[in-house]
Structure formats: structure tokens, C-alpha cells
Design a protein around this ligand. Structure first.
Ligand code: AOF
Ligand code: ZN
Length: 346
């Protein structure tokens, strides 16, 4: 059996509920659920609001009460089959007397998976994979992190036309224009870790937080992490800015990602400097790049990326250009390139 037009419309609604701005805060996926009566009319809806709060299915079932008996549940993620911070949704759906479940993405989380089979065993009709690609996109970083057991890594850098990210005296701020910096803050806000190397902290002493259009720090800040073995002063600005900051005493990208994943983080925003960027690139641990190219020359100064050990042209690291656009106008204009690995993992 396939899906009805009412179920497809409900899935679109569930996907938009899942993507409700501002939620979830924390490590859980975004999930939406719509309950339909036999005639295709909506009975109730719900979405997940963050770790420890009810899953989307339970939120919708609670709203529906007895009306859930005989209903079809349309969910963006396979209902979970585990007791985690909350009880298993499979049991809640069975107990409520739901007749049919239509879901989008299969749960990649091995701990919670197996929901579809358990529902079928209980005699519930199950339709899997409806609009699954869109659903994976809603939880892009979460899906990647669960599947790869490490956070997704976005590397951002700003460069001049001659590939420099700092002047000869070490100053490196304000290469790109004001609009590009604003754009960076919007993108930063989508990640749950901002990662820099000790070198950047020692040279630039950035606050490295997320600020709004008025240049004020936003309420919910990603974790700021400083990695590397060099000492950094305890009064560095990165430790004072609002939000949490963490020291990772390692130079090894895989080790840093392991620690961040263990701490429940799924999307790393890597920003400087050249040594750290080179280490991540060499390790094959960059999954997406935003390159802001300003129409300026420096002629000297540090490169955007350090030595990769490449000595011949055939060995160059080639990335796939996904998008290119101009941010800002006039003297402020900067080109933003969005790149993905030549063999995209997403
Ligand atoms: C959610 N929200 O609406 C659904 C989830 O132990 P927990 O409660 O944090 O469970 C998290 C797992 O439950 C999550 O990784 C996913 O596999 C599954 N489904 N999670 O946070 C939801 N339906
Ligand atoms: Zn659940």
C-alpha cells in the first residue's frame, strides 16, 4: 500500500512542525507528528521541543486523547523503540490504539531503532520512507553525526584574492565585509560547537560567539571549544563571552571530534587558523566549507590553510563547488563559496 494525498499533506505539515525555529535545544533530532482520522482530517499534531521533553508522537497522542484510537500517525522519524530520557513511542502508539503509522526517515540511532518492526508485530500497518530525503535534510547534522559517530564539520574561512587570511603583522580581522560577517553569524548559530585552535586565541583573542544584527550576543550560544596543546591565558576573551567554553588538550582532529561527540555535540563550526584547518583537511574531517573571498590583496601574510604536504599538482585536494554567491554590495561585496567533498557524504 502507498500513501494517500491526505497522508502526504500531513507529512508536509509534520516536516514543517519538525523544523519549528528555535527547537530543539540540545542533542535530539527535530521531529514532527500529525494524527489523522480515517477520513483524512487532522486530529492532533505535535513536535519535539528538546532533550527530556516528550517525543513528537507522544506530544500528538497527548493532544488527541481518546481520539487517537484507530488513527493514522504521520511522523518524520521512525518511532523509537527504546526507553531513553522518555519512554518508547512504539508502546505509546500501540497503547493509544493507532491503526497505521506512516514515517519518513528510518531512525539511524541504533539504540532507538527497530520501531517499524515492533509496530508491525503489534499488528499496526507501517509505511516507511515517505519524503525521507527531506526529513534527513531537517536533521542533516544529527543524521550525519549518528551515522558517522562524530560531529559534522563545517569549515569557514575568509581569504583575500591571493589566498591570505592574515596580514604580515598577524592581524586578520575584517578581511570580509560587514554583510559577510553578519552572514557568518547566522550560519554559526546553526552549529552547536564553534571550534578554534590555540593559535587563533593567542593571536586574535576573539570572543567567538554568535551575535545578532545589533551585534549583541544571542541568547543560546553554541559551545566554544579551543583545541591544541599550547597554553592560552585564562583571561582570553573566548572564556568570558556569554555561554559555555571548553579546552580540548589535543592537536588531533579525530580526538577532538570524539570528545565533542561524547559531549553530545553534532555540528562543529571550524574557524581558524591555518594549522588547524590543514590538520582537519589532511585527516579528511571537513564535510563542508564556506569560503568568503574578498576582492583584496595582501601579497604577504599567513595563508588561509597551512602546509598540506602536497608537492605536485596531481595531489591537490579538489572540492565540489555547490554554490557561489555575492554577499553585500559595493566596497562591502564578498564572494561566498559553498563547497562539499568531491564525493559528498550527504
Ligand atoms: C527525540 N524526539 O520526537 C523522537 C525521537 O532518550 P531520548 O528521549 O533523548 O531519545 C532520543 C532518541 O529517540 C533519538 O535519538 C531518536 O532516535 C529517537 N526519536 N527523539 O528526541 C522525538 N521521535
Ligand atoms: Zn520516541
Amino acid at each position: 500500500m502507498t500513501t494517500t494525498p491526505a497522508e502526504q499533506a500531513a507529512m508536509r505539515r509534520a516536516l514543517s512542525l519538525a523544523a519549528t525555529p528555535g527547537v530543539p535545544l540540545g542533542p535530539n533530532p527535530r521531529v514532527g507528528c500529525v494524527l489523522l482520522a480515517d477520513d483524512g482530517t487532522e486530529i492532533a499534531e505535535g513536535f519535539h521541543r528538546g532533550a527530556g521533553t516528550p517525543h513528537a508522537e507522544v506530544a500528538a497522542l497527548t493532544e488527541a486523547g481518546d481520539a487517537a484510537r484507530g488513527a493514522t500517525a504521520v511522523v518524520t522519524l521512525e518511532p523509537c523503540n527504546h526507553t531513553g530520557r522518555t519512554g518508547p513511542c512504539v508502546e505509546a502508539l500501540i497503547a493509544a490504539g493507532v491503526r497505521r503509522v506512516v514515517f519518513a526517515q528510518r531512525d539511524p540511532n541504533p539504540v532507538a531503532a527497530g520501531g517499524a518492526a515492533a509496530l508491525q508485530e503489534a499488528g499496526i500497518e507501517v509505511e516507511a520512507g515517505v519524503m525521507a530525503t527531506v526529513a534527513r535534510g531537517v536533521n542533516r547534522a544529527w543524521t550525519f553525526a549518528v551515522e558517522h559517530q562524530r560531529p559534522f564539520v563545517t569549515w569557514k574561512f575568509a581569504t583575500t584574492l591571493d589566498g591570505r587570511s592574515a596580514a604580515a603583522d598577524g592581524t586578520s580581522r575584517w578581511i570580509s565585509g560587514t554583510d559577510a560577517r553578519r552572514d557568518t553569524h547566522t550560519l554559526r548559530a546553526e552549529c552547536d560547537v564553534l571550534l578554534v585552535g590555540t593559535g587563533t586565541v593567542l593571536i586574535d583573542n576573539p570572543q567567538f560567539n554568535v551575535r545578532d544584527e545589533l551585534d549583541q550576543p544571542v541568547e543560546h550560544q553554541p559551545l566554544r571549544a579551543v583545541m591544541g596543546e599550547r597554553e592560552v591565558p585564562a583571561d582570553s576573551r573566548i572564556f568570558d563571552a556569554p555561554g559555555e567554553a571548553l579546552r580540548l588538550q589535543t592537536r588531533d582532529p579525530a580526538e577532538a571530534l570524539k570528545q565533542l561527540y561524547a559531549a553530545g555535540r553534532q555540528h562543529v563550526w571550524l574557524e581558524g587558523g591555518p594549522t588547524l584547518a590543514a590538520a582537519f583537511l589532511k585527516a579528511g574531517l571537513v564535510d563542508e566549507i564556506y569560503a568568503y573571498v574578498a576582492p583584496t590583496f595582501l601579497g604577504a601574510g599567513a595563508n588561509a590553510v597551512g602546509d598540506l604536504g602536497i608537492t605536485t599538482i596531481n595531489d591537490q585536494l579538489r572540492w565540489h563547488l555547490k554554490r557561489a554567491g555575492v554577499i553585500g554590495t559595493g566596497a562591502d561585496a564578498t564572494v561566498r563559496l559553498t563547497l562539499e567533498p568531491a564525493k559528498a557524504g550527504l
